[in-house]
Write a protein that binds this ligand. Structure first.
Ligand code: SF4
Length: 407
């Protein structure tokens, strides 16, 4: 844990408008971003100024093997602005040969020329937020794009991938959106596969506080697939994708061979990363630090860090990772699971303490092991697929109980 992070996440908070399920740190620029000056607006330029400052404020820079430009909607930016960002890392941190550089893109926020511009700027992997190919579902979810936009974007990405201009791309869908019953969900999955994306992320809809969905749910005006249907949808995802050659390497992620997201594996595996931008979280030495979610506060924070000559994300390079519960939770999301003893050893728990607490954890997990939801090979534990992966929450909650008891 005392090595310098080799991965960076950069948050671009701009969106056209807020989708009904979204609680991210975003700044809606208007349906037609051009009305507010779009990528050339003072709001965007101002933000980039502070973001650059934050990126430069790190003293202990070392070359990066993954960069992830997420949001928000980073594709609202001009390719020149994306190039500026990548060049900033190149000149100040260094970017490894063969590094994975991902950018999130949103249908209807870019065209083919922009895509070529992003590639020329250095992006070699894209993550496309399709969410659904069904216009009614998209509208009900407050998405701005239409199915037609999503299909067009998929075809562009397929084309640049097949011509070797990028290394990979991901098609992202959300499971259990309103109106998305079994038929609609199966249609979405089958449509997704026709574009042969090397990577597919399937996110489960979460109803977050403060969102339109939450309010609609409270007044009884949001109809979502019931538990049985939601479970059936998960089973379909697993069945259809696996039959099409995808393997599930993490609870929400499927890919063709050699297309796992290297950047995301950094989060799940508990390695350190830099995080930059409003609302983003960094974890350079194991301890997490989240930046203010509101623009004004974020800018104030950046100036404060800069003036005090502090590394913005840096806590202490000798910091020992204490959040074992989180490490186990993240490890369990992965297909290969986690070696619990290794985690305890990393914390210098010593044999006796490890043994006692390990057996307490086993007690909490006993039923899941017996029912085959959780599998064990030596000290390595992993979820069975699909049943364990679908019901992972129960296993994780039992682990949190263990953690609470021993603390
Ligand atoms: S586009 Fe993405 S980040 Fe922006 S509001 Fe919608 S869900 Fe949130």
């Amino acid at each position: 844990m005392n090595k310098f992070p080799r991965s960076a996440y950069v948050h671009i908070p701009f969106c056209h408008r807020r989708c009904f399920y979204c609680d991210f740190a975003v700044i809606p620029l208007g349906n037609n971003v051009e009305t507010l000056g779009g990528y050339g607006s003072k709001t965007v330029k101002d933000y980039l100024h502070y973001l650059y400052k934050e990126i430069l404020s790190i003293k202990h820079k070392s070359s990066l093997s993954t960069i992830y430009v997420g949001g928000g909607t980073p594709s609202i930016l001009d390719p020149k602005q994306i190039k500026g960002l990548i060049d900033l890392f190149k000149e100040n941190y260094g970017i490894d040969y063969g590094a994975e550089i991902t950018m999130e893109v949103d249908p209807a926020s870019f065209n083919y020329d922009d895509l070529r511009g992003f590639i020329n700027a250095g992006i070699n992997r894209f993550s496309l937020g399709v969410q659904s190919f069904n216009d009614q579902i998209l509208e009900k979810s407050g998405r701005r794009h239409l199915s037609e936009d999503a299909e067009k974007s998929c075809l562009w990405l397929k084309k640049v991938y097949e011509s070797g201009l990028i290394k990979s791309w991901s098609l992202d869908l959300i499971q259990n959106l309103p109106l998305s019953g079994s038929k609609e969900w199966n249609d979405d999955l089958k449509k997704a596969i026709t574009f042969a994306p090397p990577h597919i992320s399937i996110y489960d809809l979460n109803i977050e506080n403060g969102t339109v969905f939450k309010k609609l749910l409270e007044i009884g005006k949001l109809k979502l697939p019931g538990d049985d249907e939601a479970f059936k949808n998960s089973e379909s995802s697993n069945f259809i994708l696996k039959n099409s050659g995808y393997s599930r390497y993490e609870i929400s992620n499927y890919c063709l061979p050699r297309h796992q997201s290297r950047h995301n594996r950094v989060y799940w595996s508990g390695f350190g990363w830099w995080g930059f931008g409003q609302g983003s979280t960094s974890s350079p030495w194991g301890k997490k630090l989240t930046r203010p979610r509101v623009s004004k506060e974020y800018k104030k924070w950046v100036i404060g860090q800069y003036n005090q000559n502090l590394d913005s994300s840096l806590v202490s390079k000798d910091f020992i990772y204490k959040e074992i519960d989180e490490k186990i939770m993240l490890g369990l999301r992965l297909k290969e699971g986690i070696d619990i003893y290794e985690v305890l050893k990393e914390q210098n728990w010593g044999n006796k303490k490890s043994k006692i607490n390990f057996s307490k954890l086993l007690k909490e997990w006993e039923n899941f092991i017996e029912s085959g939801l959780l599998l064990r090979k030596g000290n390595r534990f992993f979820l069975s697929d699909p049943k364990g992966m679908e019901l992972s929450n129960q296993i994780i909650i039992a682990m949190f109980k263990w953690w609470d008891k021993i603390n």
